[in-house]
Design a protein around this ligand. Structure first.
Ligand SMILES: CC(C)(COP(=O)(O)OP(=O)(O)OC[C@H]1O[C@@H](n2cnc3c(N)ncnc32)[C@H](O)[C@@H]1OP(=O)(O)O)[C@@H](O)C(=O)NCCC(=O)NCCS
Length: 192
């Protein structure tokens, strides 16, 4: 694995963009965190004791520069509205692996943007930084995420029992999906 730059690399897919998060995104990120599905399935966005705006500010600060262990983007649609995020994190330079995470705002969902964004980030991580394997975890109950994973060629490898505490404070079983650089996955049609 080649370590990625600390400056985020923007990637376009169709008319959409995987872009660096900036301070101008804080309000949109705060709105996204207020979404019940994101609060439930992406609880890493929580910061105990912080206000909603402070949480969003901290998140943008964390994601706007790439650290040794993650590459993160916000997703912008054709109008350059923030409609989601994708992060390849937990990068392990010893064994060329990482883990992918994502959410889409309510306005961004159901348009193929999530799948295309995840596929675009995945291909970049294989081709440019040289990852060999990327893992993807979601709660077993999260059917939308399971479908997105399958759509992007992340094969279901098994169920991790009671492996993560989600936003409801409960432990959930999770599906482990993974995609290998050597997997032959057909390119997804980019969203409009
Ligand atoms: C999961 C999520 C990212 C999907 O994003 P999206 O942009 O709506 O997904 P896409 O439009 O690219 O669709 C990808 C696949 O998922 C399916 N899908 C999307 N939403 C779905 C839903 N609510 N129920 C069932 N399937 C769904 C689509 O039909 C498509 O499958 P197909 O190609 O077999 O038809 C989005 O719903 C989301 O952010 N949810 C809340 C937070 C979350 O779950 N985060 C992920 C934590 S692991």
């Amino acid at each position: 694995m080649v370590h990625p730059s600390v400056t985020p690399v923007p990637l376009s897919f169709g008319a959409c963009l995987l872009d660096a998060a900036t301070a101008d995104d804080v309000d949109a990120v705060a709105d996204a965190f207020a979404d019940p599905d994101i609060a439930l399935w992406n609880p890493g966005a929580r910061r105990p004791g912080a206000t909603a705006l402070e949480r969003a500010e901290l998140w943008v600060l964390d994601r706007s520069g790439w650290a040794p262990d993650h590459c993160s983007w916000v997703v912008r649609d054709v109008d350059r509205r923030l409609v989601g995020q994708v992060s390849i994190h937990s990068l392990d330079e010893e064994i060329d692996t990482g883990e992918i995470g994502y959410w889409l705002t309510r306005a961004g969902r159901g348009r193929g943007i999530g799948a295309a964004a995840v596929d675009t980030a995945t291909r970049w991580a294989f081709d440019v930084i040289g990852l060999a394997r990327i893992e993807l975890f979601h709660a077993v109950e999260n059917e939308a995420s399971c479908r997105l994973a399958a759509r992007c060629g992340y094969l279901l490898e098994g169920t991790a029992r009671q492996s993560f505490v989600y936003g409801d404070g409960l432990r959930h079983d999770e599906h482990l999906h993974a995609r290998l650089a050597s997997d032959d996955v057909a390119a997804l049609a980019p969203p409009l």
